[in-house]
Design a protein around this ligand. Structure first.
Ligand code: HEC
Length: 466
C-alpha cells in the first residue's frame, strides 16, 4: 500500500485520541443500536395492535416520538461527531476504508435515508394510517435501520479481521470477514435488549399508564429480552474468531483490555440472567429504578465492548494493513532509511525546544507515539520510563514491538530514535533552556544496531510475555 501523506495533527491535551473517539463512539453506538432494536420492537407492537391490543398501539404511538427524538436528533449529532473525530484521529484509516468500501458505504447511506423517510412519515401521519400502512412503514423502518447495522458492521469488523481480503482484496472477502457474523448477531441481540429496556423505562416514566397496564406492556416486550441469554455464547464465538494475538491481549496480555472484557462479559451476563430469570420466567414487574439500572448495565456492557473491539486491534487500526500511528508494515524499512518526519510540514506547539535535534524528537513523538500516549497524562511516556536509564530508553524505543507487542515497530531512522530519546530526557529534566546540540554518534550507532536486531515485523504475543 502507498504510504499515507501527512494529515493535520490534532492534540487532545491529557486524553489520548483513542479515548476521544471511544467516548463519542460509545454514545453513538448505544443510541444507534437502540434505534435498530426499536425498529423491530415497534413492528412487533403494531402486530399485536392489529390483533386487537389497544394498549400496544397506544404505547407504540407515544414511544415512537421518544424514538424519533433520541435516535434521529442524538444519533445524527453523534454520527456526524463520529466522522469528525475519526478524521481528526486517523484520516489515513478512514481513507483506506472509503477506498475499499465506497459503494457499501453509499448503500448504507441509502438505507439511512430510507429509515429517516419511513420513520418521519410514520411519525407525522401515524394516527391517520390504516394498520396495513403502519405495518409497511414500520417494516421499512425496521429493515432499513437493521440494514445500516448490517453494512457498517461488515466494515468495522473487517478492521479487526480482514481475513481472506488481505490476499484477494475482494470487497466481499473483506465484508464477510471472520468476525462479521458473530459481531452482527451480538449487536442485533444488544439492540433488541436495549429497545426493550428503553420501552420499560419509558412506560415507567410517562404518565397515562397504570400499574396493570405497565405489567401488560412488560409482557408484550418481554420476547425481545430472550436472546440476551445467548449473548455470552455469541461473545465466545467472537473471541474464537479473532486472531490469537488479539485474544491474548484480551485474556491477560493487557491489564486494561482484560478489565474491559471482564466488565463487558459481567454486565451482559447479569443483564441476560435478570432478563431471562426475572422478567421472562418469574414475570417480575420492573420498576422505574430497576429499568434505569438495567439500562446503565447495558451501557457499561456496550462501552466496555467497544473498548475491547478498538483495543484488540492494537497495534493496528486495520489489521496487517495500517498501524495505529498511520505507518504501514511495508513502509517501516523505508522510513528507517528516509526518516519519518523529514517532510512533516506542521509546526510544533508548546514549549519551543532549544535545539534542532529536540524539535525533531518532538515531531517523531507526535508522528509515531502520540496516537496512543501522552507525555504525562493518560498512558504517559514520562511516567512509564521514569526509572529507565538512557540506554534502556534507546534500546526499548528501537525495539518498540518487543517492548510491548501491542506497539508497532519503530518507524524512523536511528538519528530520529536518538532525537526522541533526547526529547524525552529534556522533558524529564523539566525543559532546561540549554541542551547539548550535537547528536551523539555512538548512541545513534547503538540504536541502529538495536533497530536491525528487532527487524521490521510486528511483535508477537509470545515475545511480549518474556
Ligand atoms: C498502538 C498504540 C501505541 C503506539 C503507537 C505506541 N505505544 Fe507505547 N504503549 C502502548 C500501550 C498500550 C502501552 C502499555 C502501557 C501499560 O503497560 O500500561 C505502551 C507502553 C509503552 C512504554 C512502557 C513499556 C514498558 O515496558 O513498561 C513505553 C516506554 C512506550 N510505550 C513508549 C512508546 C513510544 C516512545 C512510542 C512511539 C515511538 C510508542 N510507545 C508508541 C501503546 C502504544
Amino acid at each position: 500500500m502507498q504510504d499515507p501523506t501527512h494529515f493535520p495533527v490534532s492534540e487532545f491535551g491529557p486524553a489520548i485520541p483513542g479515548m476521544v473517539i471511544g467516548g463519542v463512539g460509545i454514545l453513538h453506538v448505544f443510541v444507534a443500536q437502540f434505534a435498530v432494536g426499536a425498529g423491530g420492537l415497534l413492528l412487533w407492537l403494531e402486530h399485536l395492535a392489529g390483533r386487537g391490543d389497544v394498549l400496544a398501539r397506544r404505547f407504540l404511538d407515544g414511544f415512537f416520538a421518544f424514538l424519533v427524538l433520541v435516535s434521529f436528533v442524538f444519533g445524527a449529532l453523534t454520527g456526524v461527531g463520529m466522522w469528525l473525530t475519526a478524521v481528526q484521529v486517523s484520516a489515513p484509516t478512514i481513507g483506506v476504508m472509503v477506498r475499499e468500501f465506497h459503494w457499501l458505504w453509499a448503500t448504507e447511506w441509502c438505507f439511512f435515508l430510507l429509515e429517516v423517510v419511513a420513520g418521519y412519515l410514520f411519525f407525522r401521519y401515524r394516527t391517520r394510517l390504516s394498520h396495513r400502512t403502519r405495518v409497511i412503514l414500520l417494516a421499512l423502518y425496521a429493515l432499513a435501520s437493521w440494514m445500516s447495522l448490517f453494512l457498517i458492521n461488515g466494515i468495522l469488523s473487517w478492521q479487526l479481521t480482514p481475513g481472506a481480503w488481505l490476499a484477494t482484496h475482494s470487497v466481499w472477502d473483506g465484508f464477510f470477514n471472520p468476525t462479521f457474523w458473530p459481531s452482527l448477531i451480538y449487536r442485533t441481540f444488544v439492540a433488541w435488549t436495549l429497545a426493550a429496556l428503553a420501552a420499560l423505562f419509558v412506560a415507567q416514566f410517562t404518565a397515562g399508564f397504570d400499574s396493570d397496564e405497565r405489567r401488560r406492556l412488560q409482557r408484550s416486550v418481554a420476547p425481545f429480552f430472550a436472546p440476551s441469554a445467548l449473548m455470552p455464547l455469541v461473545g465466545l464465538w467472537f473471541l474464537a474468531a479473532i486472531p490469537a494475538d488479539s485474544r491474548s491481549w484480551l485474556l491477560g496480555g493487557s491489564v486494561a483490555m482484560t478489565m474491559f472484557l471482564t466488565i463487558a462479559i459481567g454486565a451482559s451476563t447479569l443483564l441476560g440472567l435478570y432478563a431471562v430469570a426475572g422478567i421472562l420466567w418469574r414475570g417480575l414487574s420492573i420498576q422505574g429504578a430497576t429499568a434505569g439500572l438495567l439500562l446503565a448495565l447495558a451501557f457499561a456492557a456496550t462501552a466496555a465492548g467497544e473498548f475491547v473491539r478498538e483495543g484488540s486491534r492494537k497495534p493496528f487500526t486495520i489489521r496487517n494493513v495500517l498501524y495505529s500511528n498511520a505507518t504501514t508494515p511495508e513502509s517501516i524499512a523505508r522510513l528507517r532509511q528516509s526518516g519519518c518526519v523529514t517532510d512533516d510540514p506542521y509546526p510544533l506547539r508548546g514549549p519551543v525546544p532549544p535545539t534542532a535535534q529536540l524539535a525533531t524528537g518532538a515531531k517523531v513523538y507526535r508522528r509515531l507515539c502520540a496516537i496512543c500516549h501522552t507525555l504525562d497524562g493518560t498512558n504517559g511516556v514520562l511516567h512509564l520510563t521514569a526509572t529507565w536509564t538512557d540506554d534502556q530508553l534507546r534500546h526499548n524505543v528501537a525495539q518498540l514491538q518487543r517492548t510491548k507487542p501491542f506497539m508497532p515497530p519503530f518507524a524512523g531512522s536511528a538519528a530520529e530514535g536518538e532525537a526522541l530519546v533526547q526529547w524525552l530526557r529534556w522533558h524529564r529534566a523539566e525543559r532546561p533552556a540549554a541542551w547539548p546540540g550535537a547528536p551523539d554518534d555512538a548512541a545513534i550507532a547503538r540504536i541502529a544496531g538495536w533497530l536491525e536486531e528487532a527487524g521490521t515485523a510486528p511483535g508477537s504475543a509470545a515475545e511480549g510475555r518474556r
